[in-house]
Design a protein around this ligand. Structure first.
Ligand code: COA
Length: 397
């Protein structure tokens, strides 16, 4: 009998850069106050990447932690998806940098940009690929370095955003539960409400960059209106698609943008506020990293137990939105590996890293060999040419 292919979250991990920036610190650089930020948003502090943390390195740390929880060798990953609006580069893609750093030598890799909805869009795409039998194990990461596209003189935006990364491992299983339903949507007509105009439409040498086009721009009140409407709509959509009602849901893990958005959504859904998870106070809005950062904190806080039904919902620039309903399969203690298992895993991660280094060394040696072969060939040709030049005319033909 063919096994039904369900999709389970088997590993999770997050990483937040160590540098904490408090509201008081921000009040020293822009005209704002701790009281205003707390009251209007719920944010108390955020993490900011230092010179050594990038979108790819934070994604790699979160991804490695997720693989460790899943007990999965990176060499067994089929695909790495990195959701981000702040990639390291336009090319190479951040997911390939992560794939290499993890030593996921058999994995395909691509980036996905759906702003703050990106991580859940990644889950929807990965679930489809697993359910249809294309792949067995996929790493989905949300990672952002928003501080690098933040205008630190604009009090309307700089108080909101932060940096960080979160990741999950999704795997095929015949066990019931896991990712039950997903939904995604977009309304491009609202694209100018939340934007970072950094791309090929504005060439890098353009004057527009010095005018600040490369920074986050936002129409706060309009985005607020959109977010409150779409959060409840998307959450309801995935719950109803599974034939359930909001009363069947144990926890909502939403995109962390503003606690007032969560309060309005709770009212609209007639859902208890205390069952909408928020860690916004500690991280601010980290775009595609916010849902996985909140998911990992919710698990560590003991807010998710095996059998719980949980909705993750994201919304943001594009405008985009996405939601998924998950029947949670594991308690944290199910994912505690023995010391022996962990040390074998550690050695395998080291080996995977060494393989990546060996690949680079092999590529370098191959190019050296090629260069030497060409040089030998040119020398042989030169020698033959000079021999020919010494021969009498009749013998040269
Ligand atoms: N400190 C002090 N005052 C500030 C401020 C700050 N950091 N930022 C804005 N203000 C001021 C404004 O200048 C304005 O002053 P004015 O009345 O003298 O012109 C006043 O506060 C009200 O501004 P407004 O933008 O209407 O505030 P708000 O109550 O809508 O709150 C946001 C602003 C940004 C917190 C809110 O609109 C919001 O959260 N929007 C959604 C943002 C979001 O979620 N974005 C990401 C989605 S993924």
């Amino acid at each position: 009998m063919a096994l039904s292919r369900n999709v389970h979250i088997t590993g999770w991990g997050s990483y937040a850069p160590p540098r904490v920036v408090t509201n008081e610190e921000l009040a020293r650089i822009v005209p704002t106050t701790d009281a205003w930020i707390r009251e209007r948003t719920g944010i108390e502090e955020r993490r900011i990447a230092d010179d050594h943390d990038f979108t790819s390195t934070m994604a790699t740390r979160a991804g490695r932690r997720a693989l460790r929880v899943a007990g999965l060798d990176p060499g067994r990953l089929d695909l790495v998806i990195v959701a981000s609006l702040t990639p390291d580069y336009l090319m190479p893609n951040t997911a390939s940098l992560v794939q290499d750093a993890l030593g996921a030598s058999h994995a395909a890799a691509f980036d996905l940009n759906a702003a703050c909805s990106g991580f859940i869009v990644g889950i929807a795409v990965a679930s489809g690929l697993i359910r249809s039998g294309v792949y067995d194990s996929v790493l989905v990461v949300g990672s952002e370095s928003l501080s690098r596209v933040t205008n630190w003189t604009d009090r309307g935006t700089c108080v909101l955003f932060g940096d960080g990364a979160g990741a999950v491992v999704l795997q095929a299983s015949d066990q019931p539960g896991g990712v039950l339903t997903t939904a995604m949507g977009s309304d491009g007509s609202g694209g100018d409400l939340l934007s970072v105009h950094l791309g090929t439409r504005i060439p890098v040498y353009s004057q527009a960059l010095s005018a600040g086009e490369n920074y986050i721009k936002m129409n706060g009140p309009e985005v607020f209106r959109f977010a409150t409407r779409i959060m409840s709509q998307a959450a309801r959509q995935v719950v109803e698609a599974a034939g359930l009602t909001m009363a069947d849901i144990d926890l909502i893990v939403p995109h962390q943008a503003n606690n007032r958005i969560l309060q309005v959504a709770a009212k609209q859904l007639s859902f208890p506020q205390e069952r909408i998870y928020s860690n916004l106070a500690r991280y601010g809005n980290t775009s595609s990293a916010s849902v996985p950062l909140a998911l990992v904190d919710a698990i560590n806080d003991g807010r998710l137990r095996a059998g719980d039904r949980m909705v993750m919902v994201g919304f943001g620039g594009g405008l985009t939105w996405a939601a998924c309903l998950v029947e949670w399969s594991y308690s944290p203690e199910d994912r505690q590996w023995s010391r022996w298992h962990r040390s074998v895993q550690w050695s395998r991660y080291r080996l995977a890293g060494a393989k990546s280094w060996l690949n680079r060394a092999d590529r370098w040696l191959a190019s050296m060999e090629d260069r030497l072969r060409r040089r030998d060939h040119e020398r042989a040709n030169d020698a033959a040419g000079s021999r020919k030049r010494k021969l009498p005319w009749s013998a040269r033909r």
